[in-house]
Write a protein that binds this ligand. Structure first.
Ligand SMILES: Nc1ncnc2c1ncn2[C@@H]1O[C@H](COP(=O)(O)OP(=O)(O)OP(=O)(O)O)[C@@H](O)[C@H]1O
Ligand SMILES: [Mg+2]
Length: 153
């Protein structure tokens, strides 16, 4: 498990951007953390790193928001209001996101079972008003390779 500390939203976004720049098709980021921890901020960075145009907002009323215009298709999901009976929970992300693309899932811990076994787990915690700490855990070879490419240390 690797750890990072960010002292501003810009730092968090820049870290996400690095993830977006190094992602390959099939990369899945599982974002975990309380309200306001910075999951959307990280997602916006990933999208920027994939050269996605247009604002990334929280896809609260759709299952997964697709952004097809970047270097790779980007899919942004938010499980905060997702119900147990949703199509996504029944099928899982694998079936819904067929084909190419990079995925970021906010509140992934609400439905771990929907994620592919191999994903990059990004857990954000509050350190102070502008401080967030991040734990990074790769759960398989694809996410480990992604983290190896993205990490700068
Ligand atoms: N170091 C930091 N990194 C990220 N966000 C920060 C940081 N410091 C302060 N913030 C603020 O915290 C908030 C993070 O909001 P964000 O929408 O990214 O959180 P979230 O985890 O997606 O919340 P939600 O669960 O509501 O979706 C923003 O208002 C941002 O300006
Ligand atoms: Mg959010």
């Amino acid at each position: 498990m690797a750890h990072r500390t960010f002292q501003s939203p810009e730092q968090t976004r820049a870290f996400g951007q690095r993830l977006g720049e190094t992602a390959v098709s099939g990369c899945v980021a599982a974002l975990v953390g309380e309200l306001g921890a910075g999951k959307t901020c990280l997602s916006q960075g990933i999208a920027a790193g994939l050269s996605v145009r247009g604002p990334i907002t929280s896809p609260t009323f759709v299952i997964v928001q697709a952004y097809p215009d970047g270097r790779l298709p980007f899919f942004h999901a938010d499980y905060y209001r997702l119900g147990e009976d949703s199509e996504l929970v029944e099928l899982g992300l694998d079936e819904i996101l067929e084909g190419e693309g990079v995925v970021a899932v906010e509140w992934a811990d609400r439905f771990w079972e929907t994620l592919p076994a191999d994903h990059l787990r990004l857990t954000l915690e509050f350190g102070g008003p502008l401080t967030r700490s991040l734990a990074v855990e790769a759960t398989g070879p694809r996410s480990a390779a992604w983290w190896e490419a993205a990490r700068v240390d």
